[in-house]
Design a protein. Sequence first.
Length: 200
Amino acid sequence: MPYLKKGENYRDIKKIISISLLNHKFYKDEKKIYKHHYKITNQRNSKIFNNDLLDIYIFEKADKRFYDINDPLDSFLMYLYGLLDEKELKELVEKDEFIRDVEEERLMFSESEKEEILKISIDMAERDQLSILSTAKRKAEEEGRKKGIEKGIEKGIKKGIERGKEEAMFDFAKKLKSAGETLQRINKLTGVPIEKIKNI
């Protein structure tokens, strides 16, 4: 950490280096300048406050023609900003060990990233499939329940009608028997079995 701890002397503060990589041109009036280096200055006399205290670097994305590919920093910025064609990149990777290491790491990360994306895609597809199956099952169950209820109501109504009809015929048979009609005639008119008519 560059900051001081409680009780430490301000003279012991460690140097802070800030590096900002901009993917655009910030200082539009300075077209050919794309590397900016700042330090703290004294507002009263414009002297640098402490040469070893703070360094601020700002690198803008510039036009490819402004870079010098033989300069290590420029070639690295070109690499970072994706300004190298396939041939230039191949040559740079062969001669610059640092960029070669970075490129290897990037390719490795790219492969693992692809695997991760593929894994996520498979997981999402499986979840979607399970969701579709679950929805289809729920709909089928609801449909089955609905049909079952409808069938049950229909059956119940039918049974109710039959039971009501039986009871009505039984009451009619009772009245006919009271009126002195024969068992055979009551059976013929109501459909109530003779054995039941006898027990009325």
